[in-house]
Ligand binder design. Structure first.
Ligand code: FDA
Length: 501
């Protein structure tokens, strides 16, 4: 391993230009730098002038550029953060929370997808957005799909590294468990795949969170069968229409439904929308709903039948005829100021909690949105240690608290709502640890302390057990083997553990 000497940025650049075409490098002083940096910043809170920005942005077009960036960084004391889609809630793929010399490897130009419909697999570069992956799959077959995130602009790199789930989670689990091979540049600049990396390393990159285990260049994923027609419904219910009773029933029913049916709830103000995807037609969905969940009042008039690929923009934007515009659009300008938190629930809430949520919390000034994703079926059937993602058996649902505002000075009420809401929920959600989803990164859960230039295991444990439960230790031991000097790091990367405690 190379020791990391003090930073000398001229040497870093001198090293880079020998290996990487200068048109792929942006120094902070370059006129194009702000636009390149800003291109995939999704949370406008981290665009501000006081964010600690990289010295350089490198936009590789092949794996050897990434290897060179790592080797030049190691020789010249410049750390590297990697960005795929830039959706990190805390912006850790492109900003540092403390003064630091670092460069960003931005994979925006590496976004090819190769689908092998016969083998039911695809190779996808990390810089593709999920929509590009979904679109390429649909061009090869109308009955194959991939179970990753809902929003098409999310980067493949970060989503798969931290788990990745969407409307297919009950049928096929998380994206990371559907990864069959990877190409990764490690902290020594070596390009590894499944056959040349350790079993622990392969385990860790599939859900152990981005940044910690090297730069994933590309992923080979297993495609999953879906019927030619799926059915979507979105049914909104207000407090005046009995939403409290309906959601109270939903929390016990939704995790028990057949794997082909996912009904999530999006609650905002005094209203909730029950949004469902069913892997089948209206004809079989309607009697199923009438027998299992009659309280929702679903009938055939609510059905929207379409192909799986049409369901992506339909769920995201409410229209199914905009597949190409939505899935391939890399210029989405929805870039609010945002705050997010998450929880896991194992016991149904008392009805009084739902009453409080709808009658008090969601109608307060600064109130955000709550998204409830039911678990059960495939996502809960996988053992906790099979992948780093540990939120499995017994989980009824995941909660995401989302809050947006649109001017920098408008954040006080939303931020205090998020904090107060999260505190209010504590008695009703998972405990010891209070679990959270790694892809819904939340720096309030804790951040690493660096001692002797290495992130400490004990500081990482505070947030790490919330994201990974007992898998945290295996992740840290793996990091200790493959990157013991902690070259790839951010404020919530897995610290290296050299010896088992
Ligand atoms: P970004 O590029 O910011 O990277 C995120 C983290 O991964 C960073 O630490 C980064 O360094 C690291 N990383 C990125 N590329 C890497 C690579 N190639 N190799 C190694 N490390 C890498 N999640 C979900 O599961 N389901 C959902 O439906 C949604 N929906 C959603 C909507 C919106 C609007 C947002 C903003 C986010 C979500 N998410 C989500 C959360 C999302 O999955 C999470 O933020 C991902 O980490 C984003 O991946 P990106 O590549 O876009 O982010």
């Amino acid at each position: 391993y190379f020791p990391v000497p003090p930073a000398t940025k001229e040497d870093f650049l001198g090293c880079l230009v020998k290996e990487i075409p200068p048109r792929l490098l942006y120094a902070k002083s370059s006129p194009a730098f702000p636009a390149v940096l800003g291109q995939t910043i999704r949370n406008s809170r981290w665009s501000s002038a006081d964010s600690v920005k990289p010295l350089y942005i490198i936009t590789p077009t092949n794996a050897s550029h990434i290897q060179s960036a790592v080797l030049c960084g190691r020789r010249n004391g410049v750390r590297i953060r990697v960005r795929s889609g830039g959706h990190d809630y805390e912006g850790l793929s492109y900003r540092s929370l403390q003064p630091e010399n670092f460069a960003v490897v931005d994979l925006n130009l590496m976004r090819s997808v190769w689908v092998d419909g016969k083998a039911r697999t695809a190779w996808v570069n990390s810089g593709a957005q999920l929509g590009e992956l979904y679109y390429a799959i649909s061009k090869a077959s109308s009955t194959l799909a991939f179970p990753a995130g809902v929003c098409p602009t999310i980067g493949v790199g970060g989503n798969l590294a931290g788990g990745g789930f969407g409307m297919l989670l009950r049928k096929f689990g998380i994206a990371a468990e559907n990864v069959v091979d990877v190409k990764v540049v490690d902290a020594n600049g070596k390009l590894l795949d499944k056959s040349s990396m350790s079993a622990d390393h392969f385990w860790a990159v599939r859900g152990g969170g981005g940044e910690s285990f090297g730069i994933v260049v590309s992923w080979q994923v297993k495609l999953q069968p879906v019927p030619p027609t799926v059915t979507i419904f979105k049914i909104a219910k207000a407090v005046s229409e009995g939403v409290v009773d309906i959601v109270n029933k939903w929390q016990s029913v939704a995790p028990q439904l057949p794997a082909d049916l996912m009904i999530r709830v999006i609650a905002m103000g005094s209203k909730a929308t029950f949004e469902a995807m069913y892997l089948g037609t209206c004809k079989t969905l309607t009697p199923l709903m009438q027998s299992k969940f009659p309280e929702l009042g679903m009938n055939a008039s609510h059905c929207n039948e379409m192909s799986w690929i049409e369901s992506i923009p339909f769920i995201h934007l409410g229209k199914k005829d905009s597949v190409e515009d939505d899935l391939l659009n890399r210029n989405n300008n929805f870039k609010p100021f945002a705050e997010y938190k998450s929880d896991y629930v194992y016991q149904p809430f008392p009805k009084t909690v739902w009453e409080q949520i709808f009658n008090t919390w969601l109608v307060k000034p600064g109130a955000g949105i709550m998204i409830f994703d039911p678990y059960g079926a495939a996502i809960s059937a996988t053992p906790e240690a099979a992948t780093p993602f540990p939120h499995r058996k017994g989980v009824l649902f995941n909660i995401q608290y989302v809050n947006y505002w649109f001017a920098p000075e408008a954040g006080a009420a939303p931020l205090s709502w998020s904090k107060d809401m999260y505190n209010y929920m504590e008695p009703y959600v998972s405990k010891n640890p209070r679990q959270a989803y790694a892809n819904y990164r939340d720096i309030d859960l804790g951040r690493n302390e660096v001692v002797d230039d290495v992130s400490t295991y004990s500081s990482g444990k505070v947030w790490g057990q919330k994201y990974f439960k007992d898998n945290y230790e295996r992740l840290a031991l793996t990091k200790g083997k493959i990157d013991p000097t902690d070259y790839f790091r951010n404020e919530q990367s897995i610290p290296p553990l050299i010896q088992k405690y």
